[in-house]
Design a protein around this ligand. Sequence first.
Ligand code: HXC
Length: 510
Amino acid sequence: MKDILQELETRRADARMGGGQNRIDAQHARGKLTARERVELLLDEGSFEEYDMFVTHRCTDFGMEKNRPAGDGVVTGWGTINGRMVYVFSQDFTVLGGSVSATHAMKICKIMDMAMQNGAPVIGINDSGGARIQEGVDSLAGYGEVFQRNIMASGVVPQISMIMGPCAGGAVYSPAMTDFIFMVKDSSYMFVTGPDVVKTVTNEHVTAEELGGAVTHTRKSSVADGAFENDVEALAEVRRLVDFLPLNNRQPSPTRPFFDDVDRLEESLDTLVPENANTPYDMKELIHKIADEADFYEIQEEFAKNMITGFIRLEGQTVGVVANQPMVLAGVLDIDSARKAARFVRFCDCFGIPLLTFVDVPGFLPGTSQEYNGVIKHGAKLLFAYGEATVPKVTVITRKSYGGAYVVMASKHLRADVNYAWPTAEIAVMGAKGATEIIHRADLGDAGKIAAHAAQYEDRFANPFVAAERGFIDEVIQPRSTRKRVARAFAALRSKKQEMPWKKHDNIPL
Ligand code: HXC
């Protein structure tokens, strides 16, 4: 009996060593943790339950029968993050470069199936050379099985991808179908074709970092939702994110203890909006000032900075925030900001997370670049996303709300539940100058007359009261009381139920 127990421990110890000490050292030398170290940091101490530690591949080509490491290059199982269950897979680059064989994929599929069955998020840690070249189509089939599960799990359990090493070729499409992608600066990259192929095909010279590093994907492509300095920071931040999310689409987000008075008045907000309507101010100040303990988890911080998206808590409960940022491009709506916000709104709606929208938007960005690249279609994504969302929706207009952007930004007409405006709100079809030039075209007159017409237009519309008279704004509120008013609105909406007409699925403009 003792020998049998000893045999188990020996086998376990062997599996835990992955590709051996030299490769572990090489991994460390690159500033990367090993697959197991990452799992340990991600999960609560001692909570990891591993599966399939002894799975090996079945390939007999290219001498592979002599190289059958236990675990086959991926560590899988479940554990807890602050006591709540998550499933995790962590690719082990020290074992055959973390490459994906049929059995490696099978291990990932197993935990994805369990996550779906038991209603818990899946966190994938990607660090892999891609399809196991020796296995050919068996490996591709394995990827296909993972992809299909990503699709089935979308909107059922949260899926989070950590890119902590190479992730190239078709392999990128599994993370691409998950809800959030986070990368590590200087040690991770994602691309469909690498720098060598790019050079051959397009004659472009580009490094892996430039082509698909964390900076590229958080600032240019928006493929990634965040980038961190190193593995430790990335894993700690994902733990923080998971705390905001429900375990699945049928459970509410967790309620965290809060020590912040819900009736807290923020007098500084009364002067947040500058006197000059063209002077910017920082919308993040408002978000921080109304959130419980000023805690804000921003998503896609580096991309389309004219739009802010992220999570806060009010009375301990998760709320998704979407806000125009007047500091960048005057908070205008454009292709990138509309896409960014639309995806966020849809995530929140999938998982029952209420939406809080702060509006200060001068309209859509004009220009050939926007039109040629399809601002009509991309702007429609945000309109569509807000209109189909059935979660509680509360909107606060702080300043400008012009034209189509007024309707798009969670207006009453898109089934927002509670629409507030600050006294500084201006709600109109367009700015006073543009309006004057059109409605008084026949009789524009001199500068004095134009200014008089513009002033007349401003008097009529540069306020929230016309909209309030029609009930499109439920109440004009004091800026200082925003936290209290918004929190009370969400409290009143806790049992909201809204049905959609039967359909197979919608046809959101893509
Ligand atoms: C089998 C692989 C492998 C792979 C790496 N290894 N990638 N084995 N299949 N895809 C092995 C290496 O042979 C090596 O083994 C060990 O892992 C470490 O790799 P190194 O090359 O020494 O590491 P490094 O210098 O850091 O380079 C990492 C790398 C490189 C850039 C990822 O290994 C590489 O280019 N690999 C091939 C990438 C690739 O073309 N993959 C297929 C993509 S197509 P030894 O024993 O020598 O140390 C794809 C399609 C998916 O993935 C489609 C889904 C539908």
